[in-house]
Design a binder for this molecule. Structure first.
Ligand code: PLP
Length: 464
């Protein structure tokens, strides 16, 4: 076999890929037929594929490349660290400078009262840590019966057995006999799809109060924690009604249950603050982090843990948990360099004050498009609900996702990575996107919506 390089014809790369590489969230048979798109290189917000075609990545990879592609500083940090100490673990009373420096930096950036981090290799692993950690916490406090974790339908917390159980994706639960015991799901705050005749306010309250109902049904003495994403990402960028989180907070406080904010997407500037919890004034006990922590340049995740919980865990003997790559020195060095750039270049401030407001104005104007019923945006994450009938917020009669998938395909052809979740179009661009690039994003999105609308009409999908 010749060495496989970027210079091979795309079709050959695709054939090899299909022959040996099983992809996440894909059908192998379909991939073998269609061929995966081969990405070759990237710079800023632009990807280049194996055919030399440039694409604006309005998803920042998988919501993670916050500082954009092609920052040599991160490559240099990884190189230096690999030469000096490529690996050592943090088990059994050992540590190293990258893990020390990154945990100190995270304590500095996190809201007050967060001075500890437990590292993992990804968001999924971090949420698995959280399951064990909160149950261990309550056991250490003499309440071992507090085991139930309440989460939300259509929430996303990862793909491992534990984190997928926390998640509320039924299509994931169907494979692998999930969820694990003692996870309870309540409904999501998606007003557009599920609000019926209620106002957004009434609905926000009703959905938050489902938490209280669940706690009372299960028995408050059995509930360990509630987990939620400040803004649901993979569920379709569901921006909750303004009164939702304050009510969730009130209920968690009232029953004394732990609140876990899954900040894997919202963290590190995506909502225009360092954490989504700050944007929504949530006071969590634990925050899950990953993705933007290293801008995706190296795999790393973790749980930021508030002082009270950390104190209990630290005084409850050994925590029998950890990953070979917890606090991996190369990933930690890369993350540290990423945070330095985010901070020194004031990228989060620029998002909040300049680029997010600019994008918001243009994105929200898309609600006037004949195919769009709702245009939601928070910071640098946005969604469009496609509908055949704006007033009634009706779904399409075609199977869910038919129109959304077509929209995504048009968007990719038009040089824009915009994803679909069912019939919602979503974006989450790198935080460094400029106003000119936002103009280009919107222009390509509009073209794609126009083409999708014309097609949907001709296919008869616009009949409500
Ligand atoms: C992506 C994601 C995860 C899982 O992170 P991985 O690094 O893919 O394991 C967890 N929670 C949220 C909110 C996510 O978006």
């Amino acid at each position: 076999m010749n060495k496989i390089t970027n210079h091979m014809p795309t079709a050959e790369l695709q054939a090899l890929d299909a022959a040996h590489h099983m992809h996440p969230f894909s059908s192998g048979a379909e991939l073998a037929e269609v061929g995966a798109r081969v990405m070759k290189s990237a710079k800023g917000v632009m990807l280049t594929d194996s055919e030399g075609v440039e694409i604006l990545d309005a998803m920042a990879g998988l919501w993670c490349v916050n500082i954009g592609y092609g920052r040599d500083e991160l490559a240099d940090a990884a190189y230096r660290q690999m030469k000096e100490l490529p690996y050592y673990n943090t088990f059994f009373m050992t540590t190293h400078v990258p893990a020390i420096a990154l945990s100190q930096k995270l304590a500095e950036l996190a809201p007050e009262g967060f001075n500890n981090v437990f590292f993992a290799g990804s968001g999924s692993e971090a949420n698995d840590t959280n399951i064990r950690l909160v149950r261990h916490y309550w056991a250490a406090k003499g309440q071992p019966e507090r085991k139930v974790i309440i989460s939300r339908k259509n929430g996303y917390h990862g793909s491992s057995v534990g984190s997928a159980s926390l998640g509320g994706m039924t299509y994931m639960h169907e494979q692998g006999d999930l969820p694990i015991p003692n996870i309870h799901h309540i409904d999501q705050p998606n007003w557009w799809a599920e609000g019926g005749q209620m106002s957004e306010e009434e609905f926000g309250l009703e959905r938050a109060q489902q938490l209280e109902k669940a706690i009372l049904e299960i028995g408050p003495e059995k509930v360990a924690a509630f987990i939620g994403e400040p803004v649901q990402g993979a569920g379709g960028v569901i921006v909750p009604p303004d009164n939702y989180w304050p009510e969730i907070q009130r209920i968690c406080d009232h029953y004394g249950i732990l609140l876990i904010a899954d900040e894997v997407i919202c963290g590190f500037g995506r909502t225009g603050e360092w954490f989504g919890s700050t944007t929504y004034n949530i006071k969590p006990h634990i925050m899950t982090i990953a993705k933007g922590l290293s801008s995706g340049y190296a795999p790393i995740g973790g749980s930021l843990i508030c002082d009270e919980v950390a104190h209990v865990i630290n005084h409850a003997g050994e925590f029998n948990h950890g990953y070979t790559y917890s606090g991996h020195p190369v990933s930690a060095a890369v993350a540290l360099e990423n945070l330095r750039i985010l901070e020194e270049e004031k990228i989060v401030d620029r998002v909040r004050e300049e680029t997010a407001p600019y994008l918001k104005e243009k994105w929200e104007a898309l609600v006037d498009h004949p195919l769009v019923g709702e245009a939601k945006i928070k910071g640098m994450m946005g969604s469009l609900a496609l509908t055949p009938h704006k007033e009634s917020r009706a779904p399409f009669k075609a199977p869910k996702g038919t129109v959304g998938f077509y929209g995504r395909t048009r968007s990719f052809s038009n040089g824009l990575i915009m994803r679909h979740v069912g019939d919602r179009m979503i974006i989450s661009p790198p935080l460094v996107i400029t106003k000119d690039e936002i103009d280009l994003l919107i222009e390509r999105a509009v073209t794609s919506l126009d083409e999708t609308y014309a097609w949907a009409k001709s296919e008869g999908h616009m009949q409500a």
